[in-house]
Design a protein around this ligand. Structure first.
Ligand SMILES: *Cc1c(COP(=O)(O)O)cnc(C)c1O
Length: 404
């Protein structure tokens, strides 16, 4: 579905919904129903045969969910959107739809922890193998593609190291081999980056994060070609059954209206916090895509509107110093997830990426000192005051170590 409006700020509010169709209701109604009645037996027959449009049963489609699917398709400039019960339901439905036993998937060298878990399971159960690629050059990607490679799966920015991948370059190489590129666009959100416009084939979002934005729903979305997503809707979504609940779609339709406004503020706040983290003596490294010194800064300039709301950084010291730092925070919340109004901070090595074996974790750059910060919408001065105070306290502790 192409965007009906020139600006995303308008699309997030209006796409996929016309109040005239719904008794003038300004807000999309919540169709909290499991099934739909047929006027006659013959109508039921026609609907099942696909000869007549219309709803049948909410696992196959629901009007509130449809509005959200049309809206996300427009935001990502794709032909069709599809909603799932979680980001992982989207990832698993798409990957299972694209593969069969003995196939191979080429992945970016950092992946969301549970996606890594899914790939491991697919390998053990069905011998669907995978390899990782830094995707830094075309040659590097070509060298990892095998005859049995059926798709390229990419995250950018990569969670939690904030490395970026040049999506146009990956799409160009994939075209040579006629294999699709799937992009997990969760960290950027549709406001900052649109992979389909860069030549990729399928976009996945954990809508739990920036799209919902308020920490109250678990959900996933995918956008791509109509033919492929119709197939997913009728196979790995319908038959495995990871569908989105109507109320969750309703919450997301509310959250998504403010996505551009929130993303701008997330980015403003993150830039302020980044500058200060960078000069703090107890912080050894800071990873943020709109850092001019970031190795992938030029990719950021090309394919993202701004750097986003997530910053990772390394604390001076050991694992216990990273944990001590978290324990010293006063109002900032220790929690996984990201993209919420609240600033959330976590320790990837022992939380989101604890499932990744230590050796792979090190290759991904997830050290024991690494902290992931999802900068929220509070005043950045308050966020920084809390971070700085906690950072200063670990300084006291490490002095105590050195004197002991
Ligand atoms: C959270 C997340 C997921 C999984 O989404 P859920 O909604 O938690 O199932 C996948 N990819 C990325 C990058 C994420 O941050």
């Amino acid at each position: 579905m192409a965007r009906s409006y020139k600006h995303m700020e308008t699309s997030v509010i209006h796409e996929g919904y016309d109040s005239k169709d719904m008794l003038g209701s300004l807000t999309p109604p919540l169709f909290q129903t499991s099934t739909y009645t047929f006027n006659t037996a013959e109508q039921g027959e026609r609907r099942f045969a696909g000869d007549e449009g219309g709803y049948i049963y909410s696992r196959l489609g629901n009007p509130t969910v449809t509005i959200l699917e049309e809206r996300i398709a427009a935001l990502e400039n794709g032909e069709r959107g599809l909603a799932f019960g979680s980001g992982m339901a989207a990832v698993s439905a798409i990957l299972i739809a694209l593969t069969k036993a003995n196939d191979h998937i080429l992945c970016s060298s950092g992946l969301y922890g549970c996606t890594f878990g899914l790939l491991t399971m697919m390998k053990e159960k069905y011998n669907i193998t995978h390899d990782f690629s830094s995707m830094e050059t075309e040659e590097e990607i070509r060298s990892k593609i095998k005859p049995e490679t059926v798709c390229i799966y990419v995250e950018t920015p990569i969670n939690p190291t904030m490395k970026l991948i040049d999506l146009q370059m990956v799409a160009r190489v994939a075209k040579e081999y006629s294999i699709p590129v799937v992009v997990d666009n969760t960290f950027a959100s549709p406001y900052l980056q649109n992979p389909l416009e860069l030549g990729c084939d399928v976009v996945i979002h954990s809508a739990t994060k920036y799209i919902g934005g308020h920490g109250d729903v678990i959900a996933g979305l995918a956008v791509g070609k109509k033919e492929f997503l119709n197939e997913v809707a009728m196979t790995t979504l319908k038959d495995i059954g990871g569908v989105m609940a109507p109320f969750d779609a309703w919450l997301l339709l509310r959250g998504i209206k403010t996505l551009p406004v929130r993303m701008e503020r997330h980015c403003d706040n993150a830039e302020e916090i980044f500058k200060r983290l960078k000069t703090h003596p107890n912080v050894t490294n800071v990873y943020y895509p709109s850092d001019e010194a970031h190795p992938d800064y030029s990719i950021m300039k090309r394919q993202m509107k701004r750097g986003g709301g997530v910053i990772s950084f390394e604390i001076k010291g050991e694992k216990q110093d990273a944990q001590a730092f978290l324990n010293q925070l006063s109002f900032l919340k220790i929690a996984v997830s990201l993209g919420d109004t609240e600033t959330l901070i976590e320790h990837p090595a022992t939380m989101t990426h604890a499932v990744v074996p230590e050796e792979s974790r090190e290759k991904m750059g997830i050290t024991d000192q690494l902290i992931r910060l999802s900068v929220g919408l509070e005043a950045w001065q308050d966020i920084w005051a809390d971070l700085e105070s906690a950072l200063n306290q670990i300084n006291i502790n490490s002095d105590a170590y050195s004197k002991a």
